[in-house]
Write a protein that binds this ligand. Structure first.
Ligand SMILES: Cc1cc2nc3c(=O)[nH]c(=O)nc-3n(C[C@H](O)[C@H](O)[C@H](O)COP(=O)(O)OP(=O)(O)OC[C@H]3O[C@@H](n4cnc5c(N)ncnc54)[C@H](O)[C@@H]3O)c2cc1C
Ligand SMILES: C[S@@+](CC[C@H](N)C(=O)[O-])C[C@H]1O[C@@H](n2cnc3c(N)ncnc32)[C@H](O)[C@@H]1O
Length: 646
């Protein structure tokens, strides 16, 4: 199964064989019935010499393990235990594992009960193990342990992974019982993610494994296997195979070139605030520069913002991206800030019949979406209270500088200048998260292709409690903020108006009044009378930075001049290997174009940028990294055949 199928996987059917989990379909056990934990320690931890190598690499920021076949998670939990007990080690452990038939949480728990030593880590894993969506899931298991679970076929998933693996655990049912997994394509995908010095260990000494790994570039030796098994294989990659180069040189995802753990973020909206949180939690000193003296003003200042997935009737890049973003947002926001009261979308019956059928096909869980003939419910969606969020997360900002920035220039460091052209701050690593204004601040290097959409929300008070238990969507939205016995406070919104390029720099919108337009969505509903006679409490008008494909712009800023000159004949369709990499501007990144869904996408995008900048495994599949890349519009423009005027 492809990780980019919009699909939820049905849990594996597990049977019991002599008190151990057993997969009937493969006629194989999940772990050795002598002692699974001892087997893991012998084959995978011992075979990769992990304890010794962790000690040698203690100056490194992280150590990364890759595994085929997560199964019961026993290998993972045994590794967590060894990591915890190891006195000398790198700062962080990344464990990446693939799984085609994930076990249910109940089956995992039963399997773990056989090994009391792993109880604490088992509980930490089970607290986060809750989605069977195909594709990538990044779970923070402990302060220094991140599990990246790739659900679906191992080869397809590893082809979508952006990571550098130090050691491989080649597990999976025996090659004779599961030949489909142990393929040349899998061994090549493993090689692509390895570097010289990367090690591999597997309990299998089958000829197909030996041949495949050798051809993929590993130098192998046989060692004594565990228990009755005579042999197992261990190996090291000597030289990276020739094809292991960037297949998309026009969409580079560079690590930052700086030793300091300091970051400057230009913009204190939801993008900037999420960035401050992600980098602060990773031990960075964070500086935020904004023209306002507090976070969450401008587009992010509407008081209450919906957070929800986007489930389209057909699979689309947007749906794939926002589903991952929604899951990530649920992990990031606290229950005080994120009110998961559910969102109910009123929908005509006709198109819904199609969606009901589609949902069944995709096995989408009821906790995500429930489609009825009249409406669609998203039970775990809801809204964020911006004030609560700002109060909770402000402590992630180590330094706040209030200033209107006119330009940023690089002279050994990034120099941030105010409107009087005075340098107010210098830094090595800069992320621009300034909404529409990001376009102005990066224009010396690259055009971001943003367009401005003006919008307004209205906070109103009714003379009756409308007794709404969830947010209602009906083209516009109606958020119940506070309901007392006799009255109710609601946020209604939002309008969406195109602004010409000449007028989006204006900042005074006090003349605009969109209340009547926001009310029109409710005219045919039971709430019409009470809403139309409500008192206006406040209004919020701001500009959204949007893109033509409705996806954010997140990643490195590119040297557009170099790109256009190197890629000018792209429309002829030369082979990708013939192009040089697009040049990123050193230590300059952007996160903008969040459109109408910034509160859903920003937590994931911030962690994604942190991973990219620090060179850690990315929490997004390669094909999704591409669709949010800042260079995508320039690439698409050059791909089109030019039209010549006579
Ligand atoms: C009316 C309305 C309703 C919306 N409803 C929702 C919703 O329900 N759910 C949802 O997810 N999204 C919603 N959105 C969209 C959401 O608000 C945006 O996606 C999000 O706020 C974008 O965040 P941002 O940090 O990129 O931009 P912003 O919040 O605009 O932050 C950019 C920051 O950069 C600062 N800045 C810009 N230029 C400079 C400069 N030159 N010098 C110094 N500082 C600068 C600004 O002061 C600002 O604080 C809505 C938007 C609007 C307008
Ligand atoms: C022996 S078990 C792994 C045991 C596991 N490492 C543990 O610690 O419990 C093999 C696992 O590989 C999974 N698997 C089989 N074929 C696969 C494939 N093509 N891609 C990913 N996982 C696969 C199976 O579903 C099963 O969970």
């Amino acid at each position: 199964m492809n990780p980019l199928d919009l699909k939820f996987i049905k849990p594996a059917v597990i049977t019991d064989k002599r008190g151990q989990p057993y997969a009937k379909d493969f006629d194989d056990v999940y772990f050795n019935d002598l002692n699974g934990l001892d087997e893991t320690n012998h084959v995978f931890l011992g075979g990769n010499q992990l304890l010794e190598r962790w000690g040698e690499k203690q100056q490194k920021p992280y150590f990364c393990i890759g595994e085929t076949g997560f199964g019961s998670g026993l290998n993972f939990l045994a590794t967590c235990l060894a990591w915890q007990q190891c006195p000398k080690k790198p700062a962080k452990l990344h464990f990446i594992s693939t799984e085609l038939h994930p076990m249910s949480a109940g089956d995992l728990k039963s399997a773990h009960q056989l090994f009391p030593e792993i109880k604490t880590f088992s509980q930490k894993l089970l607290a986060k193990y809750d989605s069977f969506r195909a594709g990538i899931h990044q779970l923070a298991i402990d302060e220094d342990i991140t599990l990246t679970l790739l659900l679906g076929d191992a080869t397809e998933n590893l082809k979508q992974l952006h990571a550098q693996v130090d050691a491989w655990f080649l597990d999976g049912f025996a090659p004779s019982r599961n030949p489909a997994m142990w393929s040349a394509a899998l061994f090549n995908a493993i090689a692509q993610l390895s570097e010289p010095g990367t090690t591999i260990a597997t309990y299998s000494a089958a000829a197909v494994v030996k041949k495949g790994l050798t051809q993929a570039g590993f130098k192998l030796t046989k060692q004594t296997g565990f228990g009755p098994k005579r042999d197992m294989l261990v190996g090291t990659m000597n030289e990276k195979p020739a094809q292991a180069i960037n297949r998309q040189p026009w969409h580079p995802l560079p690590k930052a070139n700086t030793q300091d753990k300091k970051v400057t973020i230009l913009g204190g909206g939801i993008a900037g605030l999420c960035l401050a949180r992600s980098f602060n939690l990773a031990g960075f000193h964070t500086t935020v520069i904004d023209q306002h003296s507090q976070p969450l003003k401008q587009a992010s200042g509407q008081g209450y913002a919906m957070v929800m997935p986007l489930i389209t009737a057909q699979k689309s890049p947007e749906a794939l991206f926002y589903l991952r973003a929604f899951e990530h947002a649920q992990q990031a926001y606290s229950e005080h800030a994120f009110h998961q009261i559910g969102i109910c979308e009123l929908f005509p019956p006709e198109p819904n019949a199609k969606r009901i059928k589609n949902n069944k096909k995709l096995s989408l869980p009821d906790s995500l979406i429930q489609v009825n003939s009249q409406n669609i419910k998203y039970p775990n969606a809801g809204y964020v209270d911006n004030q609560v969020l700002a109060a909770e997360w402000s402590s992630y900002i180590d330094q706040w500088i209030t200033a209107k920035v006119s330009c940023v220039e690089h002279h050994q460091q990034w120099q941030i200048q105010n409107e009087l052209k005075q340098t107010i701050h210098s830094c090595d690593l800069l992320i621009i998260a300034a909404g529409m204004y990001s376009q102005v601040l990066t224009q010396a290097h690259q055009d971001l292709g943003l367009t401005a959409k003006l919008g307004q929300t209205n906070q109103i008070q009714t003379n009756k409690n409308l007794k709404l238990s969830h947010v209602i969507l009906n083209q516009g939205y109606l958020i119940p903020i506070k309901q007392t016995a006799l009255t109710g406070q609601y946020l209604i919104g939002a309008t969406f108006d195109h602004l010409p390029a000449t007028s989006w720099l204006q900042s005074d919108f006090s003349e605009y009044n969109h209340l009547q337009r926001n009310l029109t969505h409710w005219q045919q509903t039971d709430y019409a009378h009470h809403l139309s006679t409500a008192t206006l409490v406040s209004k919020h008008t701001a500009i959204r930075a949007t893109t033509q494909d409705h996806l954010p712009v997140c990643g490195p800023i590119i040297n557009q001049q170099q790109f256009e000159s190197a890629y000018q004949d792209l429309h002829h369709g030369r082979h990708w290997q013939e192009y040089p990499p697009a040049e990123p501007i050193k230590n300059l990144y952007v996160m903008t174009g969040l459109g109408s869904r910034g509160f859903t996408s920003a937590p994931l995008l911030a962690d994604y940028l942190l991973s990219m900048i620090t060179g850690q495994p990315l929490p997004l599949e390669a094909d999704l990294c591409k669709i949010i890349h800042p260079n995508r519009f320039n690439f698409r423009n050059l791909k089109k055949t030019p039209t010549y005027s006579s």
